[in-house]
Design a protein around this ligand. Structure first.
Ligand code: PMP
Length: 305
């Protein structure tokens, strides 16, 4: 693999030199805002396409605001740094990009005031995060989703992922691929790192942004594709656990997860257990678009080279 670089506290450095002090405040209290972004390699076009950079950085800037974190970079500057970083790494494969903003101060106290803000970005080659071909085995977690009065789920803040880690671990220990988390009122929230859609009677249903979900960029993109390209009605409303079991199709969406079909939830087979018709059409279209093969959606992408 070529030398990997990171953008670290204002400079591009070899990744091995991008290290924080163990006394770093955010490392202790989970008060770091991060993003997960993808870039897709297109072999025929000899091109790397960055996906939704602007939308990810808009969300990052908004999340920094929630955390009272003063990030001194604009969405355009963050995008430029990322493009430059990818060029330096000379990636010719699918990559995941991880920006993270944090309080670098070597001070003990969990608070959101009186600290500086630093930024790091690194990249890592990544294929599928969840299997996109087989239909996933999923459980509902016994760990409930955090809510806005505890840690806002819309905020991609490091500490919130303890909640995800509990759920994901429960899934792994149960021999499943992924976990769905419920809210404290029993309605469905989302997967440990994915939004969730079900299809019933030809209608796509997904949990609304007030259901303690991360407002997924893939979720929004998929809503657009379902409506505009596949002619499928999309309803955003709370989903009950029992509705999951009788769905005709179900799938996760996310930057990492992409469009990942679900075959089984809590031992109930979803539909026929095969990848559903709508899910499979959607998945095909999504992969075509992100690899830069659909002109109509080229505005979702930034060519890196
Ligand atoms: N929910 C959670 C908890 C996540 O971590 C992610 C991944 N970022 C998503 C949903 C999907 O969001 P996106 O499509 O923006 O990646």
């Amino acid at each position: 693999m070529a030398q990997r670089y990171a953008y670290f506290e204002g400079k591009f450095v070899p990744i091995d030199e991008a290290n924080i002090n163990i006394q770093t405040n955010s490392f202790h209290y989970g008060t770091a805002i991060f993003e997960g972004i993808r870039a897709y390699w297109n072999e025929e076009k000899n091109q790397l396409f960055g996906l939704f950079f602007k939308k990810h950085y808009e969300r990052m800037v908004a999340n920094c605001k929630i955390l009272n974190m003063k990030l001194d970079k604009t969405v355009d500057e963050l995008t430029e740094i990322t493009v430059e970083l990818l060029r330096r790494c000379e990636h010719k494969e699918n990559v995941y990009i991880r920006p993270i903003a944090y309080f670098p101060n070597l001070q003990i106290s969990p608070k959101l005031i009186g600290y500086d803000t630093e930024l790091a970005i690194y990249t890592v080659p990544l294929g599928d995060y969840l299997d996109t071909k087989k239909g996933l085995k999923v459980i509902t977690s016994s760990f409930r989703r955090i809510n806005d009065s505890m840690i806002p789920a819309r905020c991609k803040v490091a500490g919130a992922y303890v909640n995800s880690a509990f759920a994901k671990t429960e899934a792994i220990l149960a021999g499943a691929d992924e976990a769905i988390m419920l809210n404290t009122d029993g309605t469905v929230a989302e997967g440990s790192a994915e939004n969730l859609f079900i299809i019933r009677n030809g209608v796509a249903i997904t949990t609304p942004s007030y259901s303690n979900i991360l407002e997924g960029i893939t979720r929004n993109a998929v809503i657009e594709l379902l409506k505009e390209e596949l002619g499928v009605e999309v309803v955003e409303r709370p989903i009950l656990r029992s509705e999951l079991y009788i769905a005709d199709e179900a799938f996760f969406t996310g930057t990492g997860a992409q469009v990942a079909p679900i075959a089984e939830i809590d031992g109930r087979v979803i539909g026929t257990g095969e990848i559903g018709k709508i899910t499979s059409k959607l998945q095909e279209l999504y992969f075509d678009i992100v690899k830069g093969n659909v002109d109509k959606y080229s505005h979702w992408l930034i060519p890196i080279y």
